[in-house]
Design a binder for this molecule. Structure first.
Ligand code: SF4
Length: 191
């Protein structure tokens, strides 16, 4: 499956000029959008993109969104203080709900000390198998958490809106996930 990474696309229109059968510029935001990934001219358009914004996505990714109410993201404190995590799986352009996990540290934590290494460890153990942790706010523990997860910060509050943001930015998330050769991961802010 092909995707245009909205964080990289600058809306230059080179790809849509080369391959109008496969891509168009979105009226609402000016980014390119794939309309037919099997178009003959698609490879040429991918090679010509100055931002390397058109990428093939083959991987499955598991996401965790911190929430207290299953409708909105945890907003009044750090993601590690959420009551629950919604676990979602991304594959072939779809992002689907898989399960809900309780955050055990939330109940055990009496001190609520931000940046406590034990808290980061507890969050990590509750999120086994997760690739990407999504929160509105991260505390000092982001330094530890980003070793294990791609840490994504979103400004949107409602979980369905956050799911759309994730799907539009899978390319950027994969770039962070696949960083190699000792390159340190960064937290990503997505709008
Ligand atoms: S060529 Fe690349 S940067 Fe330019 S509009 Fe197309 S996808 Fe976006």
């Amino acid at each position: 499956m092909l995707l245009v990474d909205a964080n990289r696309c600058c809306g230059c229109g080179i790809c849509t000029t080369i391959c109008p059968q496969g891509l168009e510029l979105k009226v609402e935001n000016g980014y390119a959008r794939i309309i037919n990934e099997r178009a003959d001219c698609m490879n040429e358009a991918m090679r010509a993109c100055p931002q390397n914004a058109i990428a093939e996505i083959k991987e499955k990714l598991v996401f965790a969104i911190g929430t207290d109410d299953d409708k909105t993201i945890k907003a009044n404190d750090h993601v590690g203080m959420a009551n629950f995590f919604q676990i979602l799986e991304y594959s072939d352009g779809e992002l689907l709900f898989k399960e809900k996990r309780t955050n055990p540290k939330y109940n055990e934590d009496e001190t609520r000390t931000h940046g406590d290494p034990g808290k980061a460890k507890a969050t990590a153990s509750a999120l086994r198998g997760v690739d990407v942790l999504v929160g509105k706010r991260f505390g000092p523990n982001i330094i530890r958490l980003k070793n294990q997860f791609v840490c994504v910060i979103v400004r949107e509050k409602e979980i369905p809106g956050i799911m759309d943001i994730i799907k539009n930015n899978i390319g950027s998330i994969l770039v962070e996930k696949n960083k190699k050769d000792g390159k340190e991961r960064s937290g990503i802010v997505l709008k």
